[in-house]
Write a new protein. Structure first.
Lengths: 113, 118
């Protein structure tokens, strides 16, 4: 069975500091990887996705993620965060030839001034 | 335009009421989804419509009844709900559905309807 693990439920960080949000997955078949962000009282917005090709994926709002097949990870990074990045971040995988998107439990990024 | 709209934004209903949630997209997407999200939890898939046909029902209780009148519109009819059904209900759409795009499709989410059942 496929699963997604986000080890950190909360990540507090000061403004302008770098941040990494961790995501690990397990699957015996091909998967595609996504990061979504959810701002308070809003729906989910796609930050970036990895389908194939270069393992370093750049997304919106200065975020990037690196796919590491050997470590089954897809960690999200930003070199310098802003207060406005405070939100819930979800890692997700889609399974080849199914209509399902499997979400991790989410990481709450809290940026302090 | 990558917008999915949902109405109403908030809904309060009693356990004997009948109400409906509405979702609309004009991106020409052929797959639409309903998710339920409890506080501080990830979204849980409820239903998937692909080309206006129900393709996935994640064993959702029959008090939730989805309907897809056309390719742009998705409804969720609610009847005899329980207080534990209170949650944020999210709608999403994607171009071909994940299966049709071999898992590579991007889902676009609406802002959700905050449902409270008294």
């Amino acid at each position: 069975a496929q699963s997604v693990t986000q080890l950190d439920s909360q990540v507090p960080v000061f403004e302008e500091a770098p941040v990494e949000l961790r995501c690990n997955y397990s699957s015996s078949v091909s998967v595609y990887l996504f990061w979504y962000v959810q701002y308070p009282n809003q729906g989910l917005q796609l930050l970036l996705k990895y389908l194939s090709g270069s393992t370093l994926v750049k997304g919106i709002n200065g975020f990037e993620a690196e796919f590491n097949k050997s470590q089954t990870s897809f960690h999200l990074r930003k070199p310098s965060v802003h207060i406005s990045d405070t939100a819930e971040y979800f890692c997700a995988v889609s399974i080849y030839n199914t209509d399902k998107l499997i979400f991790g439990t989410g990481t709450r990024l809290q940026v302090f001034p | 335009d990558t917008e999915v709209t949902q109405t109403p934004k908030h809904l309060v209903m009693g356990m004997t009421n009948k109400k409906s949630l509405k979702c609309e997209q004009h991106m020409g997407h052929r797959a639409m989804y309903w998710y339920k999200q409890k506080a501080k939890k990830p979204p849980e898939l409820m239903f998937v419509y692909s080309y206006e046909k129900l393709s996935i029902n994640e064993s959702v209780p029959s008090r939730f009844s989805p309907e897809c009148p056309n390719s742009s519109l998705l409804n969720l009819h609610l009847h005899a709900l329980q207080p534990e059904d209170s949650a944020l209900y999210l709608c999403a759409s994607s171009q071909d559905g994940l299966a049709g795009a071999w898992g590579t499709d991007t889902q676009y989410f609406g802002p959700g309807t905050r449902l409270t059942v008294l």
